[in-house]
Design a protein around this ligand. Structure first.
Ligand code: HEM
Length: 536
């Protein structure tokens, strides 16, 4: 017994010595600069990431070590125009890094592959492209404008509610989160949970913060995540000891799913061809209540009226049948809530914060809107065509506060790759932190200034070229073929809300933002007070 234990311990020690020597002196990434301890183990990365300051820490690493930095034995950060084009460009052969495994549904490996729609983690590019094509009509500008009335009506209520506070300070992040959850519910399901009237996001923001803290850190250990997913039903419980050990928060259920999930399930069960749809496996944050079972109604075939986005998705399924299975309808409708609420919270917060803190931009926007006759009834497509400053403000707000605080990990393909004059072997994880790349001074003049006008060419060829260069570094919606499928929706919601606020309200901003740099950034510390606009 004694000798078996000592043999085991000696073997472990020998392995640790071997792996340490290998990683320092012989690993193909040995010449990539970076903190010494990062070469030895991923624990260095986990230790730093758990502080929630990646958006500050990663740019500091670049400032110290240069455009390529080794942040783990097999992971490097890059901040360089050519490297970013190679890794994320439209024709890239780099695939999503193993970190994303933590964000996938635990049971997806046991389901027929065709039924699964989990775009963030999908690795089969052929299937991924088919899914993007299938949902395309619902997420295009024309598709979204079908439900513009739903959004307009909610924005009216939201802005009205803010004005009711009569100038009292309220928390910006909480209210943009209320907006995100409620507008998304109204638009997707034609009804909403009522957070606006209650004046509280009912813990959704906090649940989202907890989930991202936990996922960002645990995702660094994909082997562990694989183990969690391999154990049916109870495997996800392993997240509890792992969170405690790593000192991150335990994930919580997002209250909004207890509203949206049963509503979606009931609607799907009421249609003959979608009634057998199964809910995706339990995962932290996602409520699995499916609601009461309902009798199939006459809501079949031609009877689907596109009253909201879910109805549009159901119509797409009905028209395409096997090419758009019912499980995709459910998953993408849930994605609106999962992927759309905290991203929208953070982006809208940035837009409001920066616009109202930049009097010259606010004045120009109001002037442009007035001269172009923009009113509350103007359609979105007309707004962005007549007043390019809207999208310029949004893009600049997403440059200066990008929603992803972690880095965007991709795997080097089988051919290997040379980035920043450094050869990276196949399987290396490489990625960019947007809080570094969005501030590259050689691409963005005065990068710390909020200057939406940098995105307006005014017809000049030189300026257009400059914007093209900035565009190849700007990844507010991710990169190339894996960019955000919800981006038109995001612009649609943000621009329409900004227009209405600017038309109707004066907003005072107090406090400085405290940003949490997890995969998805979190925010607190800023208050707004909203009053009826004074027109002179
Ligand atoms: C302001 C709002 C939004 C922002 C700022 C945003 C931003 C992003 C970013 C940066 C990515 C790239 C992530 C990565 O490569 O790891 C992404 C991907 C994604 N987004 Fe959004 N998003 C927003 C809203 C939405 C909405 C409303 C949906 C609903 C469909 C959505 C669905 C997705 C999905 C499914 C992906 C994964 C795509 C892929 O991996 O290929 N997003 N988003």
């Amino acid at each position: 017994m004694f000798s078996a234990t000592s043999l085991g311990l000696s073997s472990l020690l020998a392995y640790l010595i071997y792996i340490t020597i290998y990683r320092i002196f012989f690993h193909p990434l040995r010449n990539v600069p970076g903190p010494f301890l990062a070469r030895l183990s991923k624990l260095w990365l986990a230790w730093h990431v758990r502080k929630g300051q990646s958006h500050v820490h990663f740019p500091k690493l670049h400032a110290r070590y240069g455009p390529i930095v080794r942040i783990a034995p097999d992971q490097v950060l890059v901040c360089d125009e050519d490297a970013i084009r190679t890794v994320y460009g439209a024709a890239t052969s780099f695939t999503k890094g193993d970190w994303y495994r933590i964000a996938g549904a635990p049971d997806k490996g046991w389901k027929p592959a065709e039924e699964v729609l989990d775009m963030l983690t999908e690795t089969n590019m052929e299937k991924y492209r088919r899914q993007r094509r299938a949902i395309g009509p619902a997420y295009s500008i024309a598709g979204l404008e079908k439900h513009e009335g739903l959004l307009d009506a909610y924005i009216d209520q939201f802005v009205g509610r803010l004005k009711e506070f009569g100038g009292k300070e309220v928390d910006l992040a909480e209210w943009t989160h209320i907006f995100a959850l409620e507008s998304m519910s109204q638009f997707t399901l034609g009804k909403r949970p009522g957070y606006t009237e209650k004046g509280s996001d009912e813990g959704n923001g906090d649940a989202s913060d907890a989930l991202w803290q936990c996922f960002t850190v645990i995702g660094i250990f994909p082997g562990f995540v694989k183990l969690m997913h391999a154990i049916p039903k109870v495997g996800m419980l392993l997240v509890l000891p792992a969170s405690l050990l790593l000192g991150v928060r335990l994930p919580k259920v997002w209250p909004v799913f207890s509203f949206s999930a049963p509503t979606i399930m009931q609607r799907l069960k009421a249609l003959e061809s979608t009634k057998d749809v199964k809910f995706p496996g339990d995962r932290p944050g996602l409520f699995h209540e499916q609601g009461e079972s309902v009798e199939p109604s006459e809501l079949q075939g031609e009877g689907i009226e596109e009253t909201d986005m879910l109805a549009t998705l159901m119509r797409l399924h009905h028209d395409k049948e096997a090419r758009f299975p019912p499980s995709w309808v459910l998953s993408i409708a849930l994605t609106n809530f999962g992927a759309g609420h905290d991203t929208l919270m953070f982006t809208l917060s940035s837009v409001i914060y920066h616009t109202y803190r930049s009097p010259a931009i606010l004045t120009r926007l109001r002037k442009d809107m007035e001269s172009q006759g923009i009113s509350k009834n103007t359609k979105y497509s007309e707004m962005i065509q007549k007043v390019p400053l809207f999208l310029a403000i949004m893009k600049e707000s997403m440059r200066i506060w990008p929603t992803l605080g972690w880095y965007i990990p991709r795997l080097v393909p089988a051919s290997g790759a040379t980035l920043c004059d450094t050869y990276l072997p196949p399987g290396t994880t490489v990625g960019t932190n947007l809080w570094a790349s969005h501030f590259a001074p050689e691409v963005f003049a005065n990068p710390h200034d909020f200057n939406p006008e940098r995105w307006l060419s005014g017809g000049s060829e030189d300026k257009t070229r400059e914007i093209g260069r900035m565009d190849s570094m700007w990844m507010g919606f991710g990169g190339g073929g894996r960019s955000c499928p919800g981006q038109h929706l995001a612009r649609f919601f943000v621009v329409k809300t900004l227009a209405r606020l600017v038309m109707k309200c004066d907003v005072e901003i107090t406090g400085e933002p405290e940003i949490g740099g997890w995969f998805q950034c979190t925010m607190k510390g800023v208050d707004i007070s909203v009053k009826e606009r004074k027109t002179h």
